[in-house]
Write a protein that binds this ligand. Structure first.
Ligand code: ADP
Ligand code: MG
Length: 361
């Protein structure tokens, strides 16, 4: 953890409690996220960062009420801590499906203001302001298909801003926007959220963006996805892109997250897969068998209750195996220690325990 949070109000706006989501398809079941719990305080800007497939979109959709929960629950309170009425703005990952093609950019944005208490002219100016903010004041009359991908995404952002939502959920909102515009939009969204006191949960796979924009970054990793880290980012706002990104504290959090979000070697692999990899390697070594035929037959059948000492007959082979284990599974092991394992299966079990983090995360 890096620094205690500076912006953690007394009550949580969003509570995610032991959430798991599985996708069931006929015969199979895919566990997308497992046992996720966290709270987001009113006014916080929280980023959820993780590699592709770690369940970020599933988590965000769950918070938006767009996904059936397998277990656990999500509670969303209003700004004074009551359950119930709240408006959520949602910017989806796939901009091409998020705008209505038969409506102009202006109408698309205006749609989001319909549920608000504003009268017509207030709504009109709210839409104009939002389009102006994202640099699209001049294209209100154009249809989505007349706009570039980045511009369409900006319309989607304008729509979320115009709605006056108290809670803004954004899924990779800047992924399709060029670097320069992206920096501008990051600053813009952040400053609007600050000025309005909007609570934001933003999904991104960009670690720098997550750290730069947020009060807090949650790291997700693994299959099924879990929260693997939770960092408070204590820099005051407004932040400057250049000054913050070169600050050693920024670099420290970014590097820590980078490590947390590495796909752990062998993560998600079953013991059976790892055993097959190990046997495959040993086969390539054309190893010999001190144990005779019975052992050799078991080995060719892919069984793992074979003594390593029977397979590895010289120290060179042991060293080769240690190098392979480090390269494949990211685990350092001393050649002498190989022989404490009763069997190949035990070696795999040790490797699994290490890879799946009995290191406290
Ligand atoms: P991310 O946004 O981090 O890339 P997702 O939440 O999209 O991850 O997906 C997490 C996992 O859930 C992936 O394995 C994905 O294939 C699976 N998944 C997501 N949506 C569905 C769905 N509707 N049906 C089946 N599997 C899904
Ligand atoms: Mg996604």
């Amino acid at each position: 953890m890096v620094n205690a949070g500076t912006l953690r109000p007394n009550y949580p706006l969003v509570v995610v409690d032991s959430l798991s989501v599985n996708f069931e398809h006929r015969e199979s079941s895919i566990a997308a996220i497992e046992e996720i719990s966290f709270e987001v305080g009113a006014g916080e800007f929280v980023s959820i960062c993780g590699p592709s497939g770690s369940g970020k979109t599933t988590l965000l959709r769950s918070i938006a009420g767009l996904c059936e929960l397998t277990s656990g629950e999500i509670r969303i309170h209003d700004s004074v801590g009551r359950d119930g009425a709240h408006r959520i703005g949602y910017v989806v990952q796939d901009y091409s499906s998020s705008l209505f093609p038969w409506l102009t950019a202006f109408r698309n944005v205006e749609l989001a203001t319909r549920a608000s208490k504003m009268n017509k002219s207030e709504r009109q100016s709210s839409v104009e302001e939002a389009l102006e903010l994202v640099g699209l004041a001049k294209v209100g009359k154009k249809y989505p298909w007349e706009l570039s991908g980045g511009m369409q995404q900006r319309v989607a952002i304008a729509r979320a801003l115009a709605s006056g939502a108290q809670l803004l959920l954004m899924d990779e909102p800047f992924a399709s926007i060029d670097a320069h515009t992206r920096f501008e939009l990051e600053d813009l969204v952040k400053s609007i959220a600050l000025a309005r006191g909007t609570t934001v949960i933003m999904v991104t796979h960009d670690i720098d963006e997550a750290v730069y924009m947020s009060n807090r970054v949650l790291g997700m990793n693994g299959t099924p996805g879990k929260i693997v880290s939770d960092y408070s980012i204590s820099f005051p706002f407004p932040r400057s892109q250049i000054a913050v990104r070169s600050d050693p504290r920024f670099v420290a959090v970014r590097n820590a997250l980078y490590t947390d979000l590495q796909p752990a070697r062998g993560d998600g692999e079953s013991a059976a897969t790892m055993a097959q990899e190990l046997i495959g390697f040993l086969r390539k070594q054309k190893c010999q068998f001190a144990g005779g035929r019975e052992e050799a037959e078991k080995f060719s059948a892919g069984e793992t209750d074979i003594k390593l000492s029977r397979v590895i007959i010289d120290s060179l082979a042991a060293i080769e195996l240690c190098i392979w284990i480090e390269d494949s599974w990211g685990i350092e092991i001393n050649p002498d220690d190989l022989f404490v394992f009763e069997s190949l299966g035990q070696l795999v079990e040790m490797a699994q325990n290490q890879v799946h983090g009995t290191d406290g995360r």
